[in-house]
Design a protein around this ligand. Sequence first.
Ligand code: DX5
Ligand code: ZN
Length: 216
Amino acid sequence: MKHKIAPSLLAADFLNLQKEVEMINNSEADWLHMDIMDGVFVPNISFGFPVLEAVKPILKKPMDVHLMIVEPQKFVKEVAAAGAYMMNVHYEASTHLHRTIGAIKEAGMKAGVTLNPHTPISLLEDIIQDLDMVLLMSVNPGYGGQRFIEHSVNKTARLKEMIREKGLETLIEVDGGVNLETGKRLVDAGADVLVAGSFVFSSPDPIRTIKELKDM
Ligand code: DX5
Ligand code: ZN
């Protein structure tokens, strides 16, 4: 299966959100990645549900919501109502992860679990069979435009192996510092979905950059 591209709205021009979403609609992007931060789980605040709600009626692609917040289980209903296709919660923010995954699916969404760079994939051993996707952070969450953490390529390959060994179809998404060079290596290692923020939105021709990420 060809890999998917999910541009991250965090790097978009917030004064021209409608134009940016239309660009995504007209591009080969597969999903739109939305980063919600609370200033507690991560040292930054991005945007919340009102922005998702505003984007929902004009967006023609599935919405991939990445919650960088404490107690993400409290917001399953809100994320579903905002039109999310995939809800990603951080492993590090989830005490009762199995219950949260169940609630996400019951609300009609796909369930993803996100791992910080330091969190080992071995911790997924007893939950991965219930997940639609694992989101590997290849930067420390909180900001766009950071430098790619090299170890993520090896981590992606090992996670792919774990998924294969178990005979699962869990997707692997990687987020942070993705460009044509790091992206290619991640896809070769087994990544199914690449998130790209600054590389797409700071490009002079984002539609073409998305196509290049898709074609590599
Ligand atoms: C970081 C976010 C990312 C971010 C990626 O905390 O989760 O989705 O937008 O940005 P780039 O692609 O610029 O590293
Ligand atoms: Zn993200």
